[in-house]
Write a protein that binds this ligand. Structure first.
Ligand SMILES: Cc1cc2nc3c(=O)[nH]c(=O)nc-3n(C[C@H](O)[C@H](O)[C@H](O)COP(=O)(O)O)c2cc1C
Length: 356
């Protein structure tokens, strides 16, 4: 019989001794951890399975859902869209939309479901998103965004944040950006996550819009100088925790997207480096063992195995045997009858090198 004792037992709230002392050190007046590190929202990636994996790797990093459009939440399968595991806290729900009433209704849902934050997407440049008049194109409509934020903030205590760019198209001067930020701040928004590049709404694909417009970290630093009372987070092109630490000399937090997906283990040092966490470090193998407990629970509920195993592909990124590991996961991707024992066995030959 398969038996795995999870190294970490999660509950809400997580109240191990070490967590309590960290909370005391880091808590703000409202008794919340002041966040510094986040895994970026990424469509098709940051589903609840990836988030669970990331939570095993870092207990404190803020996690984000994929963007969910308000209409989908209001008219669609809300239970499926909002489902998450309690272990995922702290967790932000990212919304797309431009209708204040709908956004307020969805913020209420987020509060009812126990999310820790709601984030409004003002950075996605895709054509589909533009045709729905939400995402990055809303940077051209600060007053509408302010109305949306007022409605969302009016719902209650749930923190409402935005994720945006430094500009769009030819609206890319610093005064235009400060006007945008000031208008949103006036509406009550206190936290801005800034992807440090502009977006071209015509002519570039979303992918190109993550690579071609140059990164302008200096613009984000300047925003923090000019709006010291706001919480300014930086995002875009951060590949290492050393880089992240350098950004933290200028801003309040950092968010990492692609590098976290390509090498989730990047976040294994986040708790000790940025949250003063002093517990026993996890190993990749221990994270895998814990994830398999979750996987088995989900598999018994009928969750397709590949939805969970696809996120394990990069867990051993850069380690000897990583290629065989990837091949094994790809081979079993269409099978539902594979249990954790088999996956664990395939990882066994990686164990001897799993020292970090
Ligand atoms: C596949 C993919 C999907 C994304 N989906 C979202 C999304 O749903 N919401 C959002 O605000 N940003 C989304 N982004 C943008 C990221 O959150 C992030 O801003 C961007 O990748 C830049 O950060 P990075 O250089 O650390 O990856 C996505 C990025 C990628 C690569």
């Amino acid at each position: 019989m398969f038996f795995l004792a999870p190294r970490i037992m999660f509950s809400i709230p997580v109240v191990s001794q070490s967590f309590q002392s960290v909370n005391q050190v880091l808590s703000s007046p409202s008794n919340r951890i002041t966040h510094r590190a986040a895994v970026a929202p990424m469509m098709d990636y940051t589903d609840r399975f990836f988030r669970y994996l990331m939570r095993l790797i870092s207990r404190h990093s803020l996690l984000y859902t994929e963007m969910i459009h308000c209409a989908a939440l209001i008219n669609g399968d809300r239970d499926r869209l909002l489902e998450y595991d309690p272990a995922e806290h702290p967790l932000a729900l990212q919304l797309g939309g431009n209708n204040p009433d709908e956004l307020a209704a969805c913020t209420r849902m987020a509060a009812d479901w126990g999310y820790d934050q709601v984030n409004l997407n003002l950075g996605c440049p895709s054509e589909r998103v533009q045709s729905g008049r939400f995402g990055a194109c809303l940077m051209a409509e600060p007053e509408l965004v302010a109305d949306c934020l007022r409605a969302m903030i009016g719902v209650g205590d749930l923190p409402v944040t935005v994720k945006t760019r430094i500009g769009i198209d030819h609206q890319d001067s610093y005064p235009e950006l400060t006007h945008f930020v000031a208008t949103l701040a006036e509406a009550g928004c206190r936290t801005f996550i800034i992807h440090a590049r502009k977006a071209w709404l015509q002519g570039l694909s979303p992918r190109e819009n993550r690579e071609i417009p140059p990164l302008r970290y200096d613009v984000v630093y300047r925003l923090k100088q000019d709006f010291p009372h706001l919480e300014i987070w930086i995002n875009g092109g951060i590949r290492s925790l050393e880089e992240a630490a350098r950004h933290l000399r200028h801003v309040d937090g950092f968010m990492i997207g692609r590098a976290a997906y390509e090498d989730p283990w990047l976040f294994s040092q986040v708790d000790s480096q940025f949250y003063h966490w002093r517990g026993v470090p996890m190993t990749r193998f221990a994270v895998l063992a814990d994830y398999l407990v979750f996987l088995e629970r989900e598999r018994r509920r009928g969750t397709p195995l590949h939805l969970m195993t696809k996120h394990l592909i990069t867990l051993f990124y850069g380690q000897p045997g990583a290629r065989e590991w990837r091949r094994f996961l790809s081979d079993i991707s269409q099978r539902q009858d594979i249990g954790p024992e088999r996956i664990l066995k395939a990882a066994e030959n990686l164990r001897r090198v799993d020292t970090c």
